[in-house]
Design a protein around this ligand. Structure first.
Ligand code: PEP
Length: 249
């Protein structure tokens, strides 16, 4: 059975005090949630404080990025080893803002996915097409390529520690959500591709999240689709009450 996961990506928002206050409230209101995994991904500066606050709660902590090397002369970077040391459970890799704002390519993202696995970190591996790519009929080529290259040399055993997030770039932070049918089509395509890379049993065990302007009023329809196993939520995860409405949908 696949896990249903609701993850919040806080991006470059919130001071340490604001982050702790958000998770204190979230912890209280979502204490009885058992049937789904809740993950919050604060900025690096808030990770330790948030992880301490969420220790022995039902909420997991994730980072938003990492470097693939263990240590060394990489000014400004953070390694998987350092994230494990906090400790965090997840790391978001290949987010569209990393791909498009910071120029991260598939090869680099693949190195990060493998480094996360090597260090026992779960990853939320993001893929998604731009509007131009969708409008020119390239959606499946683009996400297929991102999946194939990003998961290159990942074993059947290790893929179980990877969650995939389908996030059409045109839907992130724009208020435009993919129609549930559009999202399901992409998720099914990814699931079938995983079946070809690994096998059907393995493919059916991987949670595939949808991301892109998820809100309390559109989550129900999305999550009702067979291959949509949860959501990666940006803006709407910055308020505990709104995020909780998505969690309990
Ligand atoms: C995201 O950052 O991954 C995201 C989906 O953002 P938003 O929900 O704000 O579109």
């Amino acid at each position: 059975m696949r896990k249903t996961i609701i993850a919040g990506n806080w991006k470059m928002n919130k001071t340490i005090a604001e982050s702790v206050s958000l998770v204190k409230e979230l912890k209280k209101i979502s204490a009885d949630v058992r049937n789904r995994e809740i993950i919050v991904c604060p900025a690096f500066t808030s990770l330790s404080a948030v992880a301490a606050e969420l220790k022995s709660s039902n909420i997991k902590v994730g980072a938003q990025n990492m470097h693939f090397e263990k240590n060394g002369a990489f000014t400004g970077e953070i390694s998987a080893l350092m994230l494990k040391d906090i400790p965090v459970d997840y790391v978001i890799l290949g987010h569209s803002e990393r791909r498009h704002v910071f120029g991260e390519g598939d090869e680099l993202i693949n190195k990060k996915v493998k480094a996360a696995l090597l260090n026992g970190l779960n990853s939320i591996f993001c893929v998604g097409e731009t509007l131009k790519e969708r409008e020119s009929g390239k959606t499946k080529d683009v996400i297929g390529n991102q999946v194939l290259k990003g998961l290159k040399d990942v074993s059947k055993k290790d893929i179980r520690k990877v969650v995939i997030a389908y996030e059409p770039v045109w839907a992130i932070g724009t208020g435009k959500t993919a129609a549930p049918e559009q999202a399901e089509e992409a998720h099914l395509f990814i699931r079938k591709l995983l079946g070809k890379i690994f096998d059907d049993n393995t493919s059916n065990s991987v949670s595939i999240l949808y991301g892109g302007s998820v809100k309390p009023d559109n989550i129900k329809e999305l999550i009702a689709k067979e291959n949509i196993d949860g959501a990666l939520v940006g803006g709407a995860s910055l308020d505990a009450k709104i995020f909780y409405q998505i969690i309990k949908c």
